[in-house]
Design a protein around this ligand. Structure first.
Ligand code: GDP
Ligand code: GDP
Length: 435
């Protein structure tokens, strides 16, 4: 995706500008925690065009940059953006590091614009002239704190925008991650999907960062498969390492996904490790499609299927009626049925319930079962509202939030499910005080 990097010395106002861009002027379409912890990135929209803005420590121009090894890293980080905003401080004037970076950008044939920040009023405007020493034709004076000229800057970004239709199309696609313990067949499944001509896989131009995910279309619907590189490119040499550190990777992948496909090896039955890996995804707020793999290798009679279903129902009770699909990554049997299940789960996952309906439910709940008196306090519920989706999050306003008993909370969650569905979807219910 077209990516804009904000680059500049410490304290020139990079974070302020970033927040201004992300917070007010443009819609935040999605936030994607990046590969490194210190990276902030947002997908933004201006004039109907979507692009990514990144603000990284890599673009923080400290004196250490002059050291050789730092310079290398800095060069590498330059490949991650298509366009740069070189932010300078009008109050401080031109600094040797500004000059140096300007030259590097030029040498590397990177497109950039010099933006002079902290031009809060007309008087400060004259300070801007100093920066023409950089040999640039245009300098945009802005005030990140006041939002002055930020729209001009955005227009400038859009002037340099390079269309990248295919990928931007996938921003709103359903994001799917495959989870499971080693050897259940994750890479086999992904390769079977991607090798099938029913699937139109979009080649991803540009950075290595993006190619971690795979974009594809199935049945005219768009999906993003998260972290495919991590699972696919698994050489024997690195296998141990991947498994050792796999936990951290998959945590990040799960957070970026909407729906998890929990893979289980039918030949081994349901192990504790399977339950643990899948519970992690669900506890992170992601619904799970259970896919029982290697079904081809099972000597099937009715009894085996029935026994398996019972075992799954028992061990994965906490998933609240997940879809279960018996597949073979090897023969490709049923592998695309997974996407039908993903679609259904996603619909439930994104569902919003009207406040009026929730309040009716709350009344009904209290009639069915009066909340118990705790420490001489009569718990009273005032109202309930849904504050978020993906996962659905409800807030109940109550006089004594700490006095609502665990079993009563469970009763409310069950009532929510009974009345509104949310099959297979994790729900969050919080209690807030109102006097
Ligand atoms: P960063 O280190 O480049 O990310 O800089 P920050 O965004 O943290 O800003 C450094 C300081 O400059 C903060 O005290 C900001 O409040 C201030 N600052 C940022 N933008 C402006 C501006 O447009 N005008 C003025 N007067 N101060 C600003
Ligand atoms: P991962 O570690 O979860 O990525 O698992 P792999 O995809 O590497 O698969 C582990 C082993 O299971 C390999 O030897 C695969 O050939 C085998 N395997 C994967 N899927 C199937 C399947 O559907 N049926 C059978 N019989 N074997 C499979």
């Amino acid at each position: 995706m077209f990516t804009v990097g904000i680059i500049g010395r410490p304290n020139v106002g990079k974070s302020t500008l970033f927040n201004r861009l992300a917070g007010k002027r443009i819609a935040i379409v999605d936030d994607m925690p990046g590969v490194t912890r210190d990276r902030l990135e947002y997908i933004a929209e201006w004039e109907g065009k979507k692009f990514k803005i990144v603000d990284t420590c890599g673009y923080d121009l400290r004196e250490e940059l002059l050291k050789k090894e730092m310079i290398k890293q800095f060069y590498a980080s330059l490949d991650e953006a298509d366009f740069f905003v070189l932010l300078v401080d009008a109050k401080e004037g031109l600094h040797p590091l500004d000059e140096m970076v300007c030259n590097i950008l030029r040498e590397r044939e990177k497109k950039f614009i010099v933006v002079a920040n902290k031009v809060d009023n007309e008087k400060l405007q004259s300070f801007v002239a100093d920066f023409y020493q950089l040999g640039v034709e245009e300098i945009i004076p802005i005030s990140a704190t006041h939002g002055k000229n930020v729209d001009i800057l955005l227009d400038k970004i859009i002037e340099n925008y390079v269309e990248d239709e295919e990928v931007t199309d996938f921003i709103d696609s359903i994001k799917v991650v495959v989870v499971g313990r080693p050897n259940v067949g994750k890479s086999s499944l992904i390769n079977s999907w991607l090798g099938d001509e029913r699937l139109i896989v979009t080649p991803i131009p540009g950075t290595t960062r993006d190619s971690v995910d795979t974009y594809f279309e199935y049945n005219s619907k768009k999906y993003t498969l998260i972290d495919t590189a991590g699972i696919r490119k698994k050489s024997v040499m690195f296998k141990d390492k991947i498994e050792k550190y796999g936990f951290y990777r998959s945590y990040d992948a799960i957070r970026r996904a909407d729906i998890a496909v929990g893979l289980i090896d039918a030949t081994e039955g349901v192990t504790e490790r399977d339950v643990k890996v899948i519970a992690d995804a669900y506890e992170a707020g992601r619904p799970v499609v259970l896919a029982i793999n290697k079904w081809d290798a099972i000597n099937k009679d009715e009894k085996v299927g029935k026994k398996f279903k019972e075992e799954i129902a028992e061990k994965f009770k906490f998933l609240n009626n997940p879809p279960v699909i018996f597949i073979s990554a090897l023969t490709r049997k049923n592998i695309f049925k997974i996407f039908d299940a993903v679609d259904n789960l996603y619909a439930e996952y994104s569902k919003r319930i009207q406040t009026s309906k929730l309040n009716k439910l709350l009344e009904h709940v209290q009639m069915l079962h009066q909340p118990p008196v705790v420490k001489n306090r009569r718990v009273k519920f005032y109202y309930m509202t849904q504050v978020d989706i993906k996962p659905p999050h409800f807030v109940i306003f109550v006089n004594y939030p700490d006095s609502v008993h665990f079993s009563y909370k469970r009763f409310i969650v069950n009532q929510l499910r009974e009345n509104f569905g949310f099959k297979g979807v994790p729900l969050i219910v919080s209690y807030r005080k109102r006097g």
